[in-house]
Design a binder for this molecule. Structure first.
Ligand SMILES: [Zn+2]
Length: 317
């Protein structure tokens, strides 16, 4: 059965959708992508077909990114912050499931800190990479086809996954069924209501079109969680992992010919020889400014991405 067309209703809150602006795709050669906007919660929807092959190419191309070794301490700090959110809901040795586990880095991190942690990941390359890089055996499955025992999980982490789904409400309802009553959920998504979404406009780093399907506001995410039977515990706006870089990259993208040039360079997806390289290097001294600005945005509850912690209460509506 095909998922409902995104023109029907807001996938976050069920409100009416109107035609919004269009924005350039994050992948070269993909052109402009139209967006629809919910008049109730402000969440936006990508009005173009999902291109499954984009997960095996471009940003998601094989091979470790440039500078992966140098970034390792930073990645550990990011994982530690994500794990703190999980710990507030269910401390180790709780059963933790990372949904959309990528290459398994977070599962390995959680295991090392005492969790009974596993992960599911739909891409074959993620599963292979997890085995080779971290010795972690992920289950190759998506949310729709994963075989997880009802009520068998204490806490689910859903980190930058929900925005990739056309039916986030259905996914949240399924996850609700995997959790024990009162079990926890940590969900991280880009925040369309953020300062950096405003600064970047159509070139906002975290739009990532057409891979990102649902572009949440906090109001939209709260509505989606409530509809799936979750009670929000906290909304965190000050996140180390994506926010300062997202703001800096969104601002620089207004000056470069190619959006998100440095990001693509690090992912081995853009040429070195480019005028964009000069602009990017000139903008590097602005990184500390972006860090301070994003901290202030977080305090104003307008962080570039948000992490919401929630508990499974009533069954989904
Ligand atoms: Zn809505």
């Amino acid at each position: 059965v095909a998922p409902p067309a995104p023109t029907d209703a807001c996938p976050a809150c069920g409100g009416p959708l109107q035609a919004g602006r269009s924005a350039p795709a994050a992948e070269p050669g993909f052109g402009e992508v139209a967006l629809l906007r919910c008049t109730t919660c402000g969440t936006a929807v990508t009005d173009a077909p999902a291109a499954a092959e984009l997960y095996e190419s471009g940003d998601y191309a094989p091979g470790p990114p440039r500078g992966a070794r140098a970034a390792a301490p930073l990645l550990r700090a990011f994982d530690a912050q994500r794990l703190r959110f999980a710990r507030e809901l269910a401390p180790p040795p709780a059963r933790l499931l990372d949904v959309g586990a990528g290459r398994g880095r977070f599962v390995a991190h959680a295991r090392a800190r005492g969790y009974d942690a596993d992960g599911i990941e739909p891409s074959a390359r993620g599963v292979t990479g997890a085995r080779d890089s971290y010795g972690v055996a992920l289950t190759r499955a998506g949310i729709d086809d994963a075989q997880i025992g009802p009520g068998s999980v204490d806490v689910v982490t859903l980190w930058h996954v929900l925005e990739h789904l056309d039916d986030p409400g259905g996914a949240l309802a399924r996850i609700h069924g995997w959790l024990r009553p009162g079990g926890g959920l940590v969900v991280g998504v880009p925040n369309l209501g953020s300062l950096q979404a405003r600064v970047g406009g159509a070139r906002w780093f975290h739009l990532d079109l057409p891979r990102h399907r649902t572009h949440f506001t906090v109001a939209g995410l709260r509505a989606a969680l409530a509809g799936a039977g979750f009670e929000v515990v906290a909304v965190h706006h000050a996140l180390a992992e994506h926010n300062a870089f997202g703001l800096w990259q969104s601002a620089v993208s207004r000056a470069t010919a190619r959006p998100s040039y440095l990001f693509h360079l690090l992912k081995r997806n853009a040429p070195w020889r480019s005028r964009d390289l000069a602009i990017t290097l000139l903008a590097l001294p602005l990184v500390p400014v972006a860090i301070v600005a994003e901290v202030l945005a977080g305090l104003a509850r307008r962080g570039g991405t948000v992490a919401v912690t929630a508990r499974a209460i009533a069954p989904p509506r």
